[in-house]
Unconditional design. Structure first.
Ligand code: TXA
Ligand code: MG
Length: 332
């Protein structure tokens, strides 16, 4: 076990170059560096270094069959890693940098550790839009493999404190820059086959993507019975308390996570509202922090009010459904 990670905080709009260089050096030397993105905090390692990438799986307790997203700072860098097709070009032009991850065939000479592909012939690539993430990637001068910076199966981090709580003793450095503005992970679209397929709803909505790329197929929600479909494990994002969806009442040993007007939604020993005005952007930004806040030992379960399925609601409902999935299906 390592000693506690160093937390270095930068201003999101004007990150200190000396701190960025130190974080970049730690990464280049094979260390693990958590960094902010517009979606959630990532746990970064040099994607060309097998040992560093292996250390990500180790620190997270992540199953080796679950591949990693590789982060770069430009579309030209991306083209060195994956073979782009027409739809990929369209989506990259419209949404990169941003909360979109594309799964594409690997370039032969990408130099990326095969551990990132976890037994597939593909790579997931993304260009984050967060100013600190981009500055860190530029300083690192390396493609950065980064899953969300949490222990596998638990709730993704949207603040440096969340990262410290779950991985503080397992990583080298946390580059902190406050809360992540979007609050749910990137949308993952698989463009490696014949049919563009939405693997994970996220920060760029299905409606936005389909306006540019046409209709997307939806991945079947699969579980660990089908490990060939990476990352689609049912139980995930799980707090310690149970999670109960579409609730209109909460009991005396339950917390209540609300959305919109609270009229008629009664009970709960502790109540938090994702967005009193019913704004899905605000709800996404609050989701993981509020689930953590309600997840205390006195709470048997977290009752969650219904949330609409359009826009960011699709990603929010996906995370909540996984948080509520039966625990015997928890994937490491
Ligand atoms: O917003 C995000 O995407 C954040 C930030 C840090 O970039 N990252 C993130 O990574 O959420 P992670 O590892 O927690 O989730 C990545 C998802 C997983 O479901 C994984 O299975 C899937 O993307 N994935 C990664 N590489 C893939 C590949 N080659 N084929 C299919 N799915 C892949
Ligand atoms: Mg994750």
């Amino acid at each position: 076990m390592k000693k506690q990670a160093t937390l270095l905080t930068v201003e999101a709009s004007k990150p200190d170059p000396a701190i960025l260089s130190r974080a970049a050096l730690t990464l280049r030397e094979g260390g693990l560096v958590a960094f902010p993105t517009e979606t959630v905090y990532g746990l970064g390692a040099d994607a060309t270094n097998d040992r560093a990438v292996a250390a990500i799986y180790e620190a997270k307790g992540r199953p080796r069959f679950n591949p990693l997203i590789v982060h770069v700072d430009s579309v030209s860098a991306l083209q060195g890693l994956v073979v782009m097709n027409e739809v990929a070009h369209k989506l990259a032009t419209a949404f990169m940098p941003g909360a979109l991850t594309l799964v594409l065939p690997r370039q032969k000479e990408s130099g990326i550790s095969w551990l990132c592909s976890a037994g597939t012939e593909t790579l997931a690539v993304r260009i984050p839009s967060h100013a600190v993430a981009l500055a860190f990637l530029r300083a690192a001068e390396k493609p950065v493999a980064a899953p969300s910076a949490n222990r596998s199966g638990s709730i993704s981090p949207t603040t440096p404190l969340h990262v410290m709580e779950s991985l503080g003793e397992r990583i080298d450095l946390i580059l902190g820059a406050g809360r992540c503005p979007i609050g749910v992970e990137s949308t993952v679209v698989d463009l490696s086959g014949n049919t563009p397929t939405l693997l994970r709803p996220g920060g760029i909505t299905r409606e936005q993507l389909e306006a540019v790329a046409g209709p997307l197929a939806l991945a079947k929600a699969v579980n660990e019975d089908n490990p060939s479909a990476p990352g689609q494990m049912e139980s995930h994002y799980a707090p310690n308390a149970l999670v109960r969806l579409h609730a209109t009442l909460a009991g005396p040993d339950e917390a209540f996570l609300l959305f919109g007007p609270e009229l008629g939604l009664v009970g709960g020993v502790k109540r938090l509202n994702l967005s009193p005005t019913g704004d899905l952007h605000e709800a996404a930004a609050n989701l993981f922090a509020m689930l953590r806040e309600l997840d205390t030992p006195a709470i048997r379960s977290i009752a969650v009010a219904s949330i609409p399925m359009h826009g960011l609601g699709m990603a929010i409902n996906d995370r909540l459904r996984r948080a509520a999935a039966p625990r015997e299906k928890v994937a490491a």
